[in-house]
Design a protein around this ligand. Sequence first.
Ligand code: NZQ
Ligand code: ZN
Length: 379
Amino acid sequence: MQNFTFCNPTKILFGKGRIQDLAKEIPAGQRVLVTYGGGSALANGTLGEVREALRHAVVTEFGGIEPNPSYETLCKAVKLARETGAEFLLAVGGGSVMDGTKFIAAAVPFTGEDPWDLVTRKAPVKAALPFGTVLTMPATGSEMNSGAVITRRSIGAKLPFGSPLLFPRFSVLDPEKTYSLPPRQIGNGIVDAFVHTVEQYLTYPADAPMQDEFSEGILRTLIRVGPRTLAEPENYEARAAFVWAATLALNGLIGAGVPQDWATHMIGHELTALHGLDHAQSLAVVLPAMLEERFEAKKAKLVQYADRVWGLESPAEAIEATRTFFESLGVKTRLKDYGVSPDAIPALLEALKTHGMTALGERRDVTLEVSRRVLERAL
Ligand code: NZQ
Ligand code: ZN
């Protein structure tokens, strides 16, 4: 096992009716900026419950944070937060709203010229407003981690950044608030959580049995409850298991002390930035191709994955089972399914190069040439 430091300060308020506990987390009279997306939180009543729970605070709202949150939109929220003297931010939504709110939290006290420098890591995050989240979509784990992915539409860039200052103070995880998700987003969420786990587990053996068992438990849980929560969106037990699995998949626990991959995510981000695939769609396309391409380097863990997660002897069959699982959730796994043709590959590789993504993976051996082969396999 590798050395590691593990600290996760986010308080989780899990279960039915927990939004009312916001009143205990946010002091009376505090100036709060509530952020949300395109309106789903309003339509399903979550925002109404939040307003009710925060009636003792001084609340301003900023709506319209889009999927794959954009720097352009978020800068407007930064302006509003400064104008209203916001002391606390509350994100109500999925990964995009939570990530966008992390950017706002870091950008409000930023004194440099352009807060985009925080995303490119040209400028370190030195301070951040405190914030909490109310989750409406299980997928990214953003509710219990310190990372965010921000898109700058004008230059077609989608980049991850993070800081220990960007853990939410608390997150409300009420599975009932996710019942209104359409099937496409439920499938997306299951795939995203699955791939987060795989990126931290399916590398090479690192004598980390607890991390392996946790990861295998998350993967088996997603395989078991995923189809159920898709078929029965209001089955509380299935949805609760899914919500917690998605949070645990990317809260630092399973990744502590082990090698991590993330090549699938980095290539996926370019597919989203240039071709508009949903985040999870991009992962469903890249992951099976990535595992096929790096079969030998990952063989020891692939054998373990096949056996312990799928009950299969053959690692090749486990990759096929992974693809079939994603497809069964309604998430297509080929570039052509999204209208991306072979002639799109050079621009994707160019974007990877521009963003410094030329030595990816747990051994830093996923060069542009390897990424090219992965994308060709994914056609
Ligand atoms: O905008 P609204 O109206 O809220 O609708 C959203 C959006 O259209 C809708 N939705 C969310 N909750 C709903 C709902 N619809 C009905 N009922 C509900 N309860 O779902 C759509 C997608 O929402 P979004 O927040 O974009 O999805 P997701 O949670 O998958 O987040 C994706 C973003 O997170 C980033 C991705 O790159 C992408 O930008 N990621 C963040 C990570 C992190 N912070 O650690 C890691 C991930 O790997 C990922 O990269
Ligand atoms: Zn992801």
